[in-house]
Design a protein around this ligand. Structure first.
Ligand code: GDP
Length: 300
């Protein structure tokens, strides 16, 4: 049953249309959340370029082109106040209790088949080393020590399960892109983590963390494209959005725009994305609400 549900969640077609900077194949990404399958020719519109008066069809086209529309929401019903601030995510009827009341570390697993077997839904958190993954997990659960588990020597290459409210898991996955790791170790990471994505039927969604303080990184785009090609539902979580003066002179909003542009070229439907900062708490409650609607939909 779980497998069928997950397959219904996202279906992807591969079709080479136009080579992008990073990927020679365009990923046609459709989910049952989206109503129109053919949006490649839709004009690229961002919320900041929206005209104040639009016809219904323009409105609908805009909504379909950049927003993440959850089940239970009709495009015609969409209003701006249904979109989470700092994101493209529409909140629908499946959103519910989202706050984390209790969290406990359950186990570290070396392989997907060693992970907990109680069939609870899980949301995995993934990103480059130093992207702010531990900080985000600590910010979400409002505890300092939780994500430290994965920072202990020897635990960095393990899948760490944290049980939340006794009903679902946050999964801390090994970071990728360690500058000092040898090629052999990088390959290990790939096989290991890919095994998890391909075999974990209870995986509701991957939060792919993207550092907004640096320009788009090839390794992040490769990862996003790999997840897309393998039908793994993902949400882009931009981290460090408080850093107004960032490395290499670009500000987070410019980096995010550049990243989204590349994603738009690769994905037929733009996956959900949200801006966060573990320092200011930006996006925390919104991300939790989004996670609740993904979970509740999966759970039904
Ligand atoms: P991890 O390796 O992905 O777990 O990253 P960490 O959570 O350890 O964070 C890496 C670095 O980024 C640390 O120096 C953090 O203090 C910093 N950092 C993490 N999140 C934020 C954020 O939201 N804003 C800012 N300004 N810095 C952050």
């Amino acid at each position: 049953r779980m497998v069928i549900l997950r397959c219904r969640f996202i279906t992807i077609n591969l079709a080479p249309i136009r080579p992008s900077h990073f990927q020679s194949h365009k990923i046609l990404h459709t989910t049952r959340f989206f109503r129109t399958p053919n949006l490649i020719s839709t004009p690229r519109i961002t919320s900041s370029s929206l005209p104040t008066t639009r016809s219904i069809s323009d409105e609908a086209r805009f909504a379909r082109s950049v927003r993440f529309i959850p089940p239970g929401v009709e495009i015609e019903e969409l209003t701006d106040d249904m979109v989470l601030p700092g994101s493209n995510i529409v909140i629908g009827p499946f959103a519910g209790h989202s706050q984390i009341k209790q969290v406990e570390f359950v186990k570290s697993s070396a392989r997907a088949r060693d992970c907990p077997k109680d069939d609870l839904p899980e949301i995995a958190i993934l990103g480059r080393s130093n992207v702010g993954k531990s900080s985000l997990i600590n910010c979400l659960v409002r505890k300092k020590e939780v994500a430290l588990t994965s920072k202990k020597p020897g635990k960095t290459q393990l899948i760490n399960h944290f049980l939340v409210n006794k009903s679902w898991y946050i999964v801390d996955l090994p970071g990728y892109g360690f500058a000092k790791v040898s090629d052999a170790a990088k390959t290990d990471w790939s096989a290991f983590t890919k095994g998890y994505f391909l075999n974990r039927d209870t995986l509701v969604c991957v939060l792919l963390l993207i550092d907004a303080s640096v320009p788009p990184q090839k390794i992040d785009l490769d990862c996003a494209n790999w997840l897309g090609r393998n039908n793994v539902p993902l949400t882009f979580v931009f981290t460090k959005c408080d850093k107004m003066k960032a490395a290499k002179g670009k500000r987070p909003d410019e980096n995010i725009k550049a990243f989204q542009q590349i994603i738009r070229e690769n994905f037929k439907q733009h996956p959900p994305w949200i801006l966060t900062s573990s320092v200011s708490g930006l996006g925390r409650d919104e991300l939790l609400l989004h996670m609740s609607q993904l979970r509740n939909y999966w759970d039904q």
